[in-house]
Design a protein around this ligand. Structure first.
Ligand code: ADP
Ligand code: ZN
Ligand code: MG
Length: 496
């Protein structure tokens, strides 16, 4: 059997099996300097410029653990409901690779920073609790660059800027049962890590990397099947595609009398397939041993509580509060808490507007639409939350119709000005003044004798046409409710 699924198993066969999935997620901490030295973590510096004797592993250089990195790692552990160990230990994970000048990664092994956590993940209408086995700290390796150079067919280049970047690894329990659950878990994890500002989680920059462990077993079976580890999943889409492929591959293999071997496989997004990379034996012989240059990491009660006190409200709690406090629908609360910036913006606008539901609709609708079209983030919104709140108030007071408000909002977005400034300059006020509207209505009635006659003859539907004419004559500024009222009064009285 080649790497491809030769004969995709039938739906009946697939239904006989239950997939089991556990994820190992690496995430780069958003610190200013590297984990064991003071080199900057900035992205995109010229190759091999953000390096020093420590991250290059030159003889005699000693690592010093970054306090900021520990604090972010602890925050991640707390966000994931983990128990933070008062004492954890660093270990050397030895392997040879050109992008690893030290010859080992500094990681944590049998005494990790934190353990026994969980994440609640929403899959359709269900909430599934996924166990988090452990969160540990480690440094990153450099990067081998296999293409992009004139002589790339002959040479591989090495950029060591990434050496010593601060990482955490988050290992899940084998608790996921579908690719959708794995997708939802990673989504939740990413959102949480961004919310707490632990990491930017920018997958394109490699700040979030995911390896997936997959096995299948007959439904009802207690024992797990043999797992394969799938690497090179550098997008959410690839994670799902790779899992779906790998699950079918394993089922087809078992059904054809074969046996899944424990191995590391690479996902090839061009082929949509996973391909065997190396067997388990060679991959896992890392010869871990304790890191002699670093003292054990102690996170005492006081420090832990100090870090805990800086934790922001987590997305799940915020969603719940938005529903309870502002009366938002569950779905809207979810959309508005996708990022912390969006949630903060919404809350500020809600407060300024005095009408959270309407503010929510503006944020999710017009604002999001314009932001997307402009390729802007809510942090850079030209319309401040306070200005949006004011706009909502102007609608509520009748100074602006919803239609006019949309026009004004577009101009607010383009200029950054307040609604009041734009309305004054452009003479865009909703006309609710009865006297002024009566004049316009009289004009429209005089100009459309035929329709007035039809109305009198019982064809009251032409009232709609007449309202439209009044709105047009007022350049959309007439208050529609007042127009309706005046029109029906005048038409009724003229009928007599
Ligand atoms: P290893 O010894 O290969 O490192 P671990 O037991 O440490 O394996 O687990 C690594 C990852 O694989 C974890 O995320 C775990 O949830 C997952 N995992 C373990 N066993 C299975 C299995 N049978 N099927 C799917 N995933 C598994
Ligand atoms: Zn350095
Ligand atoms: Mg392991």
């Amino acid at each position: 059997m080649s790497s491809a699924v030769l004969e995709p198993p039938s739906a009946d066969l697939v239904a006989k099996y239950e997939p089991v999935i556990g994820l190992e997620v690496h995430c780069q901490l958003a610190t200013r300097s590297k984990i064991f030295c003071s080199c900057p973590t900035s992205f995109g510096a010229p190759p091999n410029t953000n390096v020093c004797p420590v991250c290059l592993g030159l003889p005699g250089a000693l690592p010093v653990l970054s306090r900021e990195a520990v604090e972010l790692a602890v925050k991640a552990a707390l966000a994931l409901n983990c128990r933070v160990n008062p004492l954890s230990r660093f270990a050397r994970k030895n392997y040879f690779y050109p992008d690893l000048p030290k010859g080992y990664q500094i990681s944590q092994y049998d005494e990790p920073l934190a353990e026994h956590g969980s994440v609640d993940v929403r899959v359709d209408a269900d909430i599934r609790r996924i166990g988090v086995t452990r969160v540990h700290m480690e440094d990153d390796a450099g990067k081998s660059i296999h293409d992009g150079f004139k002589d790339s067919s002959k040479y591989t280049y090495v950029d060591l800027n990434r050496c010593g970047m601060p990482l955490i690894e988050i290992v899940s329990e084998p608790d996921m049962r579908t690719s959708d659950e794995a997708f939802a878990y990673l989504t939740e994890l990413k959102q949480m890590l961004q919310f707490v500002e632990i990491s930017t989680c920018d997958m394109e920059k490699g700040h979030l990397r995911c390896d997936a462990n997959v096995s299948v077993r007959l439904r009802g079976a207690e024992k797990f099947g043999t797992k394969a580890e799938v690497k090179n999943l550098n997008s959410f889409r690839f994670l799902k595609q790779a899992l779906d492929y790998e699950i079918l591959r394993q089922i087809a293999l078992i059904e054809s009398g074969g046996r899944v071997v424990q191995e590391t496989r690479l996902y090839n997004p061009d082929l949509g397939e996973t391909v065997s990379m190396r067997s388990k034996e060679s991959a896992h012989d890392y010869r871990y041993f304790p890191e002699p240059d670093l003292a054990p990491l102690r996170v005492g009660h006081e420090w832990l509580e100090e870090i805990r006190s800086t934790m922001p409200e987590l997305p799940a709690a915020k969603r719940k509060r938005f529903v309870e406090e502002y009366g938002l629908r569950e779905y809207d609360a979810q959309v508005l808490t996708l990022t912390r910036a969006t949630a903060d913006y919404f809350e500020a606008a809600a407060r300024a507007s005095g009408d959270p539901k309407t503010a929510a609709n503006w944020v999710m609708g017009d604002l999001n639409g314009l932001l997307n079209a402009a390729g802007k983030d809510v942090c850079d919104s030209p319309v401040t939350a306070a200005n949006l709140g004011e706009l909502v108030k102007l609608i509520a007071s009748g100074a602006l119709s919803t239609k006019l408000a949309k026009e004004v909002f577009t101009k607010m977005f383009a200029t950054g000005e307040t609604a009041q400034v734009i309305m004054q300059r452009e003479g865009l006020q909703q006309i609710s003044d009865t006297g002024a509207l009566e004049k316009i209505v009289d004009g429209v009635l005089a100009a459309n004798p035929k329709q007035v006659e039809q109305y009198r003859g019982g064809k009251t539907a032409v009232a709609g046409f007449l309202v439209g004419q009044v709105m047009k004559a007022s350049r959309g500024q007439a208050n529609p409710a007042t127009v309706n009222e005046i029109l029906s009064r005048k038409l009724a009285s003229e009928q007599k």
